[in-house]
Design a protein around this ligand. Structure first.
Ligand SMILES: [Zn+2]
Ligand SMILES: [Zn+2]
Length: 247
């Protein structure tokens, strides 16, 4: 099943690619559980096939998507935005464990960031440029590079839609600068943490910073940087940096 091959005309959101969910995960459902069928051939899909907790029980009992499990789930197609709303209302996770993880990551980045800013004077350089191909963020002054940093992109925060999108879900970014975000995604998928596993969700700037902190901690970054984009900000974790200014 592939969301690119099906178009849905949603009464609320208009026409877009469809996503597949079980019959129980309808628009007004809540806290039913949200189990995902990750497709190894489409790891960057924003909307993997999903089913509820009861369907998961049936699936585990049957051992595979046989006739019984398939009939019970009676998969429906919805639009991508409806899918995300339904996902966020039905996803079940241990909030305490997730909050502890996020607090650890925030603490990690809060400790690292002041040192990075001070050592490389990140707040005083005239301009910055990033290069996807090399994975470098270059700070310069009077046309001369001063500091060259290696970066991994965390994702982007849109001030238009107030949403976060992980770098791995952003097709316009090169693979080499989003491998770190895939590490975070894997952790989210394995442990069932929504903010880490889901590619695109309603967020504020604190969420954006927090997700960058999660990436930073898991790839041993030395800090982060944020650059303005067309409709918000791009967040990246810095894994190393050097002064390159000529003496
Ligand atoms: Zn179900
Ligand atoms: Zn919709």
């Amino acid at each position: 099943m592939s969301d690119d091959n099906y178009t849905v005309n949603c009464d609320t959101h208009g026409e877009s690619g469809g996503a597949f969910i079980c019959q129980h995960l309808v628009n007004d459902s809540e806290k039913l559980g949200f189990y995902l069928g990750y497709d190894p051939e489409r790891p960057d899909s924003l909307h993997p096939d999903a089913w509820c907790g009861e369907c998961e029980v049936v699936l585990n009992r049957e051992g595979e998507w046989n006739d019984v499990a398939t009939a019970f789930a009676d998969i429906k197609i919805v639009c991508g935005k409806c899918y995300e709303n339904i996902r966020d209302k039905n996803w079940l996770e241990d909030a305490e464990i997730v909050n502890t993880l996020l607090a650890d990551c925030r603490e990690y980045l809060e400790k690292k960031q002041p040192k990075l800013v001070e050592q490389f004077k990140l707040d005083v350089h005239e301009r910055w440029d990033w290069d996807q191909t090399t994975g470098k963020l270059i700070f310069s002054h009077d046309g001369e590079p001063q500091v060259v940093a290696s970066v991994q992109f965390a994702g982007s925060f849109s001030t238009e839609t107030n949403t976060w999108m992980w770098a791995w879900a952003n097709e316009s970014l090169d693979d080499n600068i989003k491998s770190g975000s895939k590490v975070v995604r894997d952790i989210g998928q394995q442990r069932g943490y929504r903010k880490l596993a889901a590619g695109h969700w309603p967020a504020d700037v604190v969420d954006a910073w927090e997700m960058t902190a999660v990436l930073a901690k898991h790839i041993d970054a030395i800090g982060f940087y944020r650059t303005p984009s067309d409709n918000g900000f791009l967040y990246m974790a810095i894994t190393d940096a050097v002064w390159v200014v000529r003496s």
